[in-house]
Design a protein around this ligand. Sequence first.
Ligand SMILES: Cc1cc2nc3c(=O)[nH]c(=O)nc-3n(C[C@H](O)[C@H](O)[C@H](O)COP(=O)(O)O)c2cc1C
Length: 327
Amino acid sequence: MKTALSTLLNIEFPVIMAPMFLVTNVEMMVAAGESGITGCIPALNYRTIEDLKVALREIKDRSKAPLGVNLIVNKSNIHWKKQLHQCLDSGVDYFLTSLGSPEEVIRESRKTGAKVFCDVVDVKYARKVEDLGADGVVAVNSGAGGHRGEIPATVLVPLLKSKCKIPVIAAGGVGTGSGILSMLALGADGVSIGSPYIPTHESGVNTEYKQACIQYGAEDIVATNKISGTPCTVINTPYMKKIGTDQNAVEVFLNHNRKLKKYAKMLTAYRGMKMLEKAAFSATYNTIWVAGSSIEFSHEMLSVKQVTEKLKTEFHEAHKALITTLG
Ligand SMILES: Cc1cc2nc3c(=O)[nH]c(=O)nc-3n(C[C@H](O)[C@H](O)[C@H](O)COP(=O)(O)O)c2cc1C
């Protein structure tokens, strides 16, 4: 099967296992490659540049699949330039950038031939990154897990396809093979899938988090701005219900104060990361678990390879069924 994404990255099936803060690890990356797709890991999952270097070396040693790294390229990530250069030295095949401007990432990547895909949520930003020389856009729609966009996939994908010349990768809400097929039908050149890969044997988060992704469904997903100051999707656990999804009055005041908001945002993001880290790795009642509505289709703990195989099988079945329906 050939799409612009599978050709660009030389993968069998046009799917990126999406970067997930705290969740994606070396084991998942290796397994994703073995299953015919490509994995993308957030540089922020490593505290130091040395840790990042060691992880990238291990992935490269164990996998021939294209290696992707997610870089947050704004002020909230003070180490992004060092991460960028370490990734280039480690032979990363592509970057997926989020938040700030990808200009420097694109410029530096030209030197090694690494591709650059940029998260976008609207046409304006997509055009901007295309002009900067991005190799593709990741269309983050309103059904995505994590920091979602505001436009539904059925509008965003065809819109970006009509306004941009570079490949469009659909991200958000895809948890079935028919979902992949529908994104390709909308014009997408590939799909980025995150949440369905959380409840996998390889993922390093605690069993409670994985089980929650199996037991809860689409209607249990809510957006909170408590983690980073901007809406992020989480599972509506009893703890989430208790603390509520909105920032408290003091946080709102600080985040809107002209002089203090810069520091308030940094503090919110720092505290949010610590809360997520605690919830993902230790025994705690503070169950703040990031996930998107596509967990609806996760019914048991599987390996990364099994999740991909399931998606592939469903994709081919849905394709056949559609041809039959259309006659
Ligand atoms: C647990 C979790 C963590 C995420 N962390 C990141 C991240 O660190 N960087 C990023 O660019 N996107 C992050 N995302 C967004 C994903 O890369 C991707 O856009 C999203 O998962 C797609 O929606 P889906 O979960 O419905 O497949 C995260 C998503 C989830 C569910």
